[in-house]
Ligand binder design. Sequence first.
Ligand SMILES: [Zn+2]
Length: 242
Amino acid sequence: MVQLRELPQTSQNSLSLTALIDSALCVGAGGSTGSLADKPIVRLADGRLLIPGSQLKGRLRHECEKLARALGWPVCESPVAETMCPQIGRDNPAFQRAEYDIGKQFADETTQHHCLVCQVFGNPALPSRIVVDDLICQEAPENLPEVLRPGVTINRRRGTAEDQKLYFLETSPVNVQLPFEGRIYLEPNCPDYAKALILAALQHIHALGGSKSAGLGWLTWKIGDTEIDQSAWELLKVGDAS
Ligand SMILES: [Zn+2]
């Protein structure tokens, strides 16, 4: 049995990411439908475009859940606390496996179990161990194609710090690939398989945006050089081995 907490831990770790957004297909017209969370591109007050880290993190979690399940690991149902770890593991024996024991207990001193995805992305009882940066467009706003420059539909979120972000909803006929760069930071206590799982999940994200109408269309990822310990892949493979 492989114990997650006995795998080698890398202290300072990050993944550098570039999303190449095909603006010919993307930058969907949002209009009045869809929630703000569906808006895949945001414009900062200084005019730069960005993809919110929260948006990317949500998609990554979803893809990691699918991958882990496909590999035979029981994965909880986010985002409702009752169906998430560690709550779900109280009654569901599938979650009571050694890899999910990270040394935490409930107030009544029974062992908590946290699935592979929760150990990376967190849950109501466990802080997230990754930080996903906003991906910022490296093209200066003044160099963006004409059609991307003027705001057509601008919404402001009410009374929050988000007020500085202007939503960007134009349709665009232009044919350029816009690079959006950022990083995913893995905290020192992040499990060693996290990077492998995240890299695999990225390969399944071909578009961002919550709905077709507000979606971004196609994107491709460029991922900076990174090393993954073979033991991480080996561990992920053995989900149904217990
Ligand atoms: Zn979980």
